[in-house]
Write a protein that binds this ligand. Sequence first.
Ligand code: ARG
Length: 457
Amino acid sequence: MWGGRFAEGPSAIMREINASIPFDKALWRQDIAASKAHVAMLGAQGIVSAPDAAIISDGLDRVAAEYEADGVPEDWDLEDIHMTTESRLAELIGPVAGRLHTARSRNDQVATDFKLWVREALDQVDAGLDLLQRALVTRASEHAASIMPGFTHLQTAQPVTLGHHMMAYYEMARRDRSRFADARVRMNESPLGAAALAGTGFPIDRNATATALGFDRPSNNSLDAVSDRDFALDYLMAAAQCSLHLSRLAEEFIIWASQPFGFVRLPDTLSTGSSIMPQKKNPDAAELVRGHAGRIIGCATSLMVTMKGLPLAYSKDMQDDKPPVFEAASLLALSIAAMTGMVTGTTFRTERMRQAAELGYATATDLADWLVTQADIPFRQAHHITGAAVKLAESKGAALDELSLEELQTIDSRIDGRVFAALSVEASVAARSSHGGTAPEQVRLRVAEARTALGME
Ligand code: ARG
């Protein structure tokens, strides 16, 4: 494609290091679509004759049909998907194929193809997160009143409802979706027509190609258009944050599935056994979601580091933009699907969760609050009195509400029999009815809003 100026061909090493076809063949659909939009515009503008434009367009359809049937051939000499397609087009339709590359460069071509690919990836993530949210909302509505210990420092803190816990992840997924949606709006400007870096003297119509490819408008600056990989970085950073949420959810399932916790039975379909220990059921899918988050975060880091020192406009380093994006996209899709399956298929051992809340002194704050509201004791003092009650209960191996009134009164005489109503885990969660609190009525409100937002009604 550039032999005119060279006396010798590339060495084997050059061919190998230069070849992006092993991975950028994933862009073939986008490459064909962008080329068809380009040649239609060249024809409409009279830059290429209408019959030639039609021959080229039909030829591109034939190349696409071959790729669809047999896959994309990998010839390192042709470097990338752009040259592979053009070379096959020339074999099929002859020298007229050479007119396709008028008023464009691989620099605007690759930016366009890659953007189209990332745009589709964004839409796929959004659909996956929609399913995950539905699963979370469904389980939350089943367990709006199921009580479990809430933790801080992974130490029992206050009772919460399992539905509330599930809805926390719904909120994270909601923000993730808005980050992807945001990225989609920002990226939707067409680089096509920026040519190598400076624009072109041919009378092209950039609005026409932008519209044909579903972009909102052409990009404003040709140097930026071919140098910009913000769209890939926006995607990767949103993906990294999303994977971090999935990893935290996975981590919770892993902890909950451990025998000392015993809060859940994970679905067999997302667990594995041990080849030596017959009793084992390991949470491998969740562990891999946790592991994949590390790789996805690595992908985002990788592309940032690739881009950070590049002068304008295109440098070949930018060919390395695609592997991290492709890798992150497939890892993220799998992770979302695995966690959706886990949320849907897990059995929650609600009796055990409730016991854990009772035995962990999770209602100590309720005792302190009761001393404030019913005995007019300042909170700091109430906190101290309650601490003494917990110490006494702990020494007897009892729950707080298993202490007798006499025992409680030895700690503070102002405590009376009404206190027991406040010490149950049910009373504790029911009391936390502020907006966004864990009370079942609040969880049901949030679930109803979420169902409406997701169109589940
Ligand atoms: N294979 C290249 C890539 O993926 C295509 C762009 C090549 N442009 C150039 N000026 N060498 O980035």
